[in-house]
Design a protein around this ligand. Structure first.
Ligand code: AHG
Ligand code: MN
Ligand code: MN
Length: 364
């Protein structure tokens, strides 16, 4: 199978366009995966196709945002009390439309909507067994300045004791361990679609010339340690002591243990996560004075990325408990988050729990 590296190693003008058959499309890949399950109905493949389609539409609009009056805010605040950007609203609308039209999803939870949104897809002939929770546009503050942003999604099955025609919010309040799939799209220098169904992590790059996501990063794994840490140090004075000690440790000069560790923080979680996944590193959004529960949302930011991180060999915690094991109580619940390379997250946990000596055997 070709990979991104094979393609770039001999890229001449005549070979720069993907050749038919050289790369597998996202749809081919999903169908092949689903074919491995004897009783599959194709419903899950169609659901991912719908998400991929919405992502392409958002990507298309974002690429010309400055030309079609979709920069800036809508003048509204969302349920989190945050200023809603026009692109937030547009992305939310496109994902809801694609899922409604597709017919495989019966309940949506979105950062941009206070309540869960039931879709009566059975009436229109769909299967409607899936629940999709999403952050339609992550990193809103970066939109107007041409910095990468993303979409994050998490997929659950409707529990048997719920009615597809009238699913209630509690159907969506399942722990992250119950996710059947999770993924993100990063609208960056390239647009990539990365997802897991619990069978490894796979990354697809959008070829805009043919409008297809093509498999460029099969079986993505993350280094078990790295030399990047990502956190908003502007909030340093409200961090708990264990975290401040960890940050001091990362910045000490000790070339033998590859310190100081570099800092990179874009302020767009998807993009910070994606970079650290590929290169090795840790992303942290702890409790702060302004956000005592942390800022990121458990159901559509932390859980899906934790599933992906673990599938890639990494780790995700709130400092005391694995993210995926947390019991959700509400759709827009927040959580502190420490996520990335296994050894780095374990060291952060040791510091946060006031036992930094526990980290002495870890790789730096
Ligand atoms: P969203 O745009 O979906 O509201 O998410 C913004 C999040 C996340 O993407 C980013 O890492 C974080 O907010 C940045 O927050 P600070 O500006 O407080 O660092
Ligand atoms: Mn977000
Ligand atoms: Mn968002």
């Amino acid at each position: 199978m070709s990979t991104a590296n094979d393609a770039s190693s001999n890229a001449s003008p005549s070979t720069m366009d993907a050749q038919l058959g050289e790369f597998e499309t996202l749809e081919q890949f999903i169908i092949e995966q689903e074919d491995r399950f004897p009783h599959s109905t194709g419903s899950f493949s169609r659901l991912l196709r719908d998400i991929g389609l919405a992502a392409k539409i958002v990507n298309r609009d974002m690429r010309k945002a400055g030309l079609i009056d979709i920069y800036g805010s809508t003048g509204e605040t969302n349920v989190q009390g945050e200023v809603q950007q026009k692109m937030d609203a547009l992305a939310h609308r496109e994902f809801v439309l694609a899922l409604r039209r597709g017919g495989e999803c019966c309940l949506i939870g979105s950062e941009e909507h206070a309540e869960a949104i039931p879709l009566n897809t059975k009436v229109e002939g769909g299967d409607g067994d899936y629940i999709v929770l999403l952050d339609p546009l992550d990193g809103s503050s970066n939109i107007d300045v041409c910095v990468s942003v993303g979409t994050i999604f998490s997929i659950y099955r409707l529990p048997d004791d719920h009615d597809e025609e009238e699913p209630t919010l509690d159907a969506a309040l399942q722990p992250g361990t119950e996710q059947v799939a999770a993924g993100y799209v990063v609208y960056g220098s390239s647009t990539m679609f990365v997802f897991t169904t619990g069978n490894g992590v796979h990354g697809f790059t959008l070829d805009p010339s043919i409008g297809e996501f093509l498999l460029s990063h099969p079986n993505l794994t993350t280094p078990d340690t790295g030399n990047i840490f990502s956190i908003n140090v502007g909030y340093h004075h409200s961090f708990q002591e264990g975290l401040r000690n960890y940050l001091d440790w990362l910045q000490e000069f000790d070339p033998e243990t590859n310190r100081p560790v570099k800092t990179r923080y874009i302020g767009s979680f998807v993009t910070d996560f994606h970079r650290n996944l590929l290169k090795g590193g840790i992303y942290m959004y702890p409790a702060t004075q302004g956000n005592p529960e942390g800022k990121l949302r458990l159901m559509y930011e932390a859980n899906p990325m934790a599933f992906i991180a673990e599938q890639a060999g990494g780790r995700a915690t709130d400092g005391h408990q694995p993210i995926l094991e947390k019991t959700p109580e509400k759709l827009h619940q927040r959580t502190p988050l420490f996520i990335g390379s296994d050894q780095m997250v374990r060291r952060a946990e040791a510091f946060l729990q006031g036992e930094p000596e526990r980290a002495e055997t870890l790789k730096t």
